[in-house]
Ligand binder design. Structure first.
Ligand SMILES: [Ca+2]
Length: 505
């Protein structure tokens, strides 16, 4: 009896699975013959049926990563869409056999033109028809932007929209009905893509989830460059001898001192700086005790060298005046010296302990790749550039040119809000790259534009379901792509979450 019952139920399931597989395998032909206008300019590269727990070959080049894994049975569609005579977006759609009617577009990161397979896997496993694209170029470098404004435009503002429109059309063709809801999820540069979509393509998504969004992109790139410069970064290796440069050991001393000064400000000395905004770090306490007058105000090169030496020869770790000055610079907001305008918020005290800062980002003595490639290939559009004199004028030029309209710095989310869109954003206070103050700044921009409550007026009873205060103690979210066992101090990354649009239904 039990066997019969099993067979009675199993037979339709088996039939459905076979139907899905055959429908999937026929999809290339279906798509090739489709007259759907949304598929114009799209070439279907391949369609395959993928069983559960299958290891796959990635699409594209220049993106070293573990082989993609599909955890549920799905229809995999690889496609490319021409965005101009000289540019195209390549993408994949993972369409799960068990579909709950929802569509998801995954964001990218950094200057990446890499399909985000982790999100294709997790999205499809959660029964979303999920797409991810290469933002118009392959690989992690910004070099493809050089002399190709159309590729730059794809990265800055076009690839998400184009691939989403095509992805939705492919989804309709496979399941014979449109998705009931469409979502976007991305972090960092992917977070900027989500904000850009809400601002400029408000019909693309019903819900947008962005982490640590890299909004005000040009300013972020500039802040990163100026931060690196403040601590001695130059255009190439060898700048460790700069008087402002701090070794990794000294950074550990700085980090411990920040914890000492600021841990208790949240009411509990627990190794967590839960409210970094309250932390006014005073690096002067780390000055070498014999830092003499000549060192405080070095009049000669000889004096400067003596200061560095006094640091190196001390029995206990300590800082020279120039190093102290560098710390005061990076733990203060970046201000335009001519206009007094705040250009970008400060580095979050405590975030300096995150390992990536010492692996290619501001604290290595090397000018950061993100800033250098963006500035060189997108802003200046030159094959070489000497970053040894990078400074405020370069930041102003980036603002002025705003390559591809990438800035994403507008508070007018009204079109997205008015169609019922939901925008949820979070930001770790120990973010690797993007100061959490930028999300608060973005919130204030949106709030002042849409006449919503400012962060200082948010209450539990407000229509905003989350307040910064409420979530200050959360430590379950980390920065983009990090899991608990990958980060050294996960407990030191409290978060702030804003739901910019109230949940009305
Ligand atoms: Ca604490």
């Amino acid at each position: 009896m039990h066997l019969l019952t099993l067979l009675l139920f199993a037979a339709p399931l088996l039939s459905y699975a076979q139907d899905f597989e055959s429908t999937c395998l026929a999809l290339k032909s279906t798509l090739d013959q489709s007259t759907d206008a949304d598929l114009a300019g799209t070439t279907i590269l391949d369609v395959s049926y993928v069983s559960s727990n299958t290891t796959l070959e990635p699409l594209g080049s220049g993106c070293p990563m573990p082989p993609p894994q599909a955890s549920v049975p799905l229809c995999r569609v690889q496609f490319t869409t021409q965005t101009s005579p000289t540019s195209a977006v390549t993408a994949e759609a993972w369409l799960p056999e068990e579909w709950y009617g929802r569509f998801l577009t995954a964001g990218n990161g950094g200057l990446s033109g890499c399909i985000f397979y982790d999100m294709l896997q997790s999205g499809s496993a959660l029964h979303f028809a999920t797409i991810s694209h290469n933002a118009g170029h392959d690989g992690f470098s910004g070099l493809p932007f050089l002399n190709n404004p159309e590729v730059l435009l794809d990265f800055s503002s076009r690839a998400v929209h184009v691939s989403t429109v095509v992805g939705k059309a492919i989804t309709r063709e496979l399941y014979r009905r449109p998705a009931s809801k469409a979502y976007f999820a991305g972090c960092s540069a992917g977070g900027r893509q989500g904000a850009h979509s809400a601002l400029y393509h408000p019909s693309d998504f019903d819900g947008i989830l962005v982490g640590s969004p890299a909004t005000d992109w040009n300013r972020l790139m500039h802040w990163m460059g100026m931060t690196a410069r403040a601590v001695g970064a130059g255009p190439s290796q060898g700048y460790e001898s700069a008087p402002e440069f701090l070794t990794r050991d000294l950074w550990d001393v700085v980090s411990q001192e920040i914890l000492k000064q600021c841990d208790g400000l949240d009411g509990l000395e627990d190794g967590i700086i839960a409210q970094p905004d309250k932390c006014e770090f005073k690096p002067e306490v780390l000055l070498c005790s014999d830092a003499d007058e000549a060192c405080v105000a070095p009049a000669t090169l000889e004096g400067e060298l003596r200061c560095v030496e006094s640091n190196a020869n001390m029995t206990a770790p300590c800082l020279t005046p120039k190093q102290v000055a560098a710390l005061n610079t990076i733990y203060s907001p970046l201000i335009d010296a001519e206009t007094g305008e705040l250009l970008y918020p400060r580095l979050d005290p405590g975030s300096e302990a995150i390992p990536i800062y010492f692996a290619g980002l501001p604290f290595t003595g090397v000018f950061p790749m993100l800033t250098s490639e963006w500035f060189q290939y997108a802003v200046k559009n030159v094959s070489t550039y000497d970053f040894s004199s990078y400074g405020p004028a370069d930041g102003r030029l980036a603002d002025e040119i705003n390559p591809g309209g990438i800035a994403t710095w507008s508070g007018d989310f009204s079109a997205f809000r008015d169609r019922g869109g939901k925008f949820l954003t979070y930001h770790g206070s120990g973010d690797w790259i993007i100061p959490s103050g930028n999300s608060k700044r973005m919130y204030e921009l949106v709030a002042s534009t849409l006449y919503a409550p400012s962060t200082s007026n948010l209450k539990e009873q407000s229509p905003f379901t989350a307040t910064p205060e409420k979530y200050d103690q959360m430590d379950s979210f980390y920065s983009c792509g990090q899991s608990n066992n990958q980060i050294q101090r996960p407990e030191k990354t409290p978060n702030t979450i804003f739901q910019i649009f109230p949940t009305r239904n």
